[in-house]
Design a protein around this ligand. Structure first.
Ligand SMILES: [Zn+2]
Length: 268
């Protein structure tokens, strides 16, 4: 009654058992050893997921900490408003290279995303679990073939022959859309470590800091010329007077500039 669903032969990477996926089926559980595998063209790889440790409330708290931190504009946590949050398992290719006795892990994004910063993602070691089909509803299928990921590695001079293990890993991500100053931004919170990824965000303005830094350099350069000038004009005695002046003026100047820097930091 059933027509043959696939002409291709797939073998489980764990036990070697024959897999008979339905047409178009990519996520497969081995009927013999219940490994979960992913079928990518002719190739079968392990399929893992990273278990989330953060619920939405904790992810929101991680986002708020990042917004209150030093990268973003002051009080972003208070001045912005989260307008949407979505959760999904995002696919990445996990490639293990063995070279000269050492193992290196490479990760490549397995689907398109507007948050390309995600390529800085790290997997916490030891937290990978066997993929569960229950997750299908919230798991984005990969759109980047494994071969494309291997080609990217080849461009970085990683030899495909040295890749001893490939796997598909689904990583839990909370995507937050938030509003700040009539602009909408996206930030992604990784659901296992709470790390935040964002391509564009309201950043701290740098100009006031550069100004204070420049002013500090100029003031102390001028002060440093005092002993030199003293020595040139009056010899040894002039040098002493110059050094005393440097101390007398340098300490209050340093305090003033420190105060200015603190004031700038409190405002920007
Ligand atoms: Zn198996």
């Amino acid at each position: 009654m059933d027509k043959p669903v696939s002409v291709q032969q797939f073998k489980c990477t764990q036990c070697g058992g024959e897999l008979h996926p339905d047409e178009g089926q990519r996520f497969v559980t081995c009927p013999y050893c219940s490994s979960t595998v992913y079928l990518d063209k002719s190739c079968v790889v392990f399929h893992w997921y990273l278990a989330p440790t953060l619920d939405e409330g904790k992810a929101r708290a991680a986002l708020a900490r990042w917004m209150a931190g030093n990268e973003t504009v002051k009080d972003l946590d208070k001045k912005s408003r989260v307008v949407a949050v979505t959760f999904q398992y995002f696919p990445i290719w996990y490639l293990k290279q063995r070279r000269e006795g050492r193992e290196n892990i490479f990760l490549e994004l397995a689907a398109a995303t507007s948050v390309s910063e995600l390529k800085r993602l790290h997997l916490p070691a030891g937290d990978l679990r066997r993929y569960d089909p229950v997750l299908d509803a919230t798991a984005q299928p990969p759109t980047v073939p494994l071969q494309a990921a291997l080609d990217w590695l080849a461009e970085r001079n990683v030899d495909a022959a040295e890749i001893v293990e490939s796997a598909l890993v689904h990583v839990p991500l909370y995507a937050f859309k938030y509003q700040y100053d009539d602009q909408r931004y996206t930030a992604v919170v990784e659901g296992a470590t709470g790390r935040v990824f964002a391509n564009i965000y309201p950043a701290k303005a740098e100009a006031p800091y550069l100004f204070v830094g420049g002013l500090t350099a100029a003031v102390f350069f001028c002060l440093a010329t005092l002993p030199v000038a003293g020595a040139l004009i009056e010899g040894g005695e002039g040098l002493g007077i110059g050094l005393l002046l440097l101390l007398a003026l340098g300490v209050p100047a340093a305090l003033l500039l420190l105060g200015l820097a603190a004031w700038v930091a409190s405002r920007v």
